[in-house]
Design a protein around this ligand. Structure first.
Ligand SMILES: Nc1ncnc2c1ncn2[C@@H]1O[C@H](COP(=O)(O)OP(=O)(O)OP(=O)(O)O)[C@@H](O)[C@H]1O
Ligand SMILES: [Mg+2]
Length: 150
C-alpha cells in the first residue's frame, strides 16, 4: 500500500459548466488512478481547478476555459512515451494490470466536449495533466460522438 497525500484546491469562483458529468467523472477517475499507479511508495497528488483564457483556434478573440489540473509526484513519462500515451492500447503496465484505454477514452470524451488535454511530465519528478473545457457550450451543444479517433 503506498502513502499518498491528496490535496484538492478548487476555484470557488468558477461558473457552472455544461458537461456530461458521468463522462467527465470517468476522465478524472482515470487520471487519478494513473497518478496513484505512478507513485511507487509515497508521494502526492494535487487536483486543482481554475479558469484560463486561451487564444481561439480561429486566431481571433479568446476562449474562456475551465481547467482541471491533476499533478502527481510519480515516476513521470519519458519523451518517447509522451507521444503515445493517448494511443488506444498503449500501456507500460504489466499484462493484466492495464488495458491502455484510459487516456484514449478520456481524450475522446474531452474532445467531444470541445476541450483539450495537455500533459507536462519529467521522468523522476512527476506529471501534470491539464484538462481544459470550454466555459460556454458550443452552439451544437449535444455531446454527440464520444469515442477516440486517435
Ligand atoms: N500520471 C502518470 N504518470 C506516469 N505515467 C502515466 C501517467 N498517466 C499515464 N501514464 C502512462 O500512460 C500509459 C497509458 O495510460 P492509460 O490510462 O491510457 O492506460 P493504463 O493506465 O496503462 O491502463 P488502463 O486502461 O487501465 O487505464 C500508462 O500505461 C503509463 O505508462
Ligand atoms: Mg489508466
Amino acid at each position: 500500500m503506498n502513502n499518498i497525500k491528496l490535496t484538492v484546491d478548487l476555484d470557488g469562483k468558477l461558473p457552472p459548466i455544461w458537461i456530461d458529468a458521468n463522462l467527465i467523472e470517468q476522465v478524472i477517475l482515470n487520471m487519478l488512478v494513473n497518478a496513484q499507479h505512478s507513485i511507487e511508495t509515497s508521494g502526492s497528488i494535487v487536483v486543482k481547478t481554475r479558469s484560463v483564457t486561451k487564444a481561439a483556434p480561429t486566431g481571433d478573440g479568446s476562449l474562456s476555459m475551465a481547467e482541471i489540473q491533476i499533478t502527481d509526484s510519480g515516476c513521470g513519462i519519458s519523451e518517447k512515451n509522451l507521444q503515445r500515451i493517448f494511443d488506444p492500447f498503449f500501456t507500460t503496465k504489466e499484462v493484466g494490470k492495464g488495458t491502455g484505454l484510459g487516456l484514449s477514452v478520456s481524450h475522446g470524451i474531452v474532445k467531444a466536449h470541445g476541450g483539450t488535454i495537455e500533459v507536462e511530465s519529467k521522468v523522476g519528478t512527476g506529471s501534470t495533466f491539464h484538462i481544459l473545457l470550454p466555459l460556454q457550450p458550443a452552439k451544437d451543444a449535444a455531446i454527440q460522438s464520444v469515442g477516440s479517433d486517435r
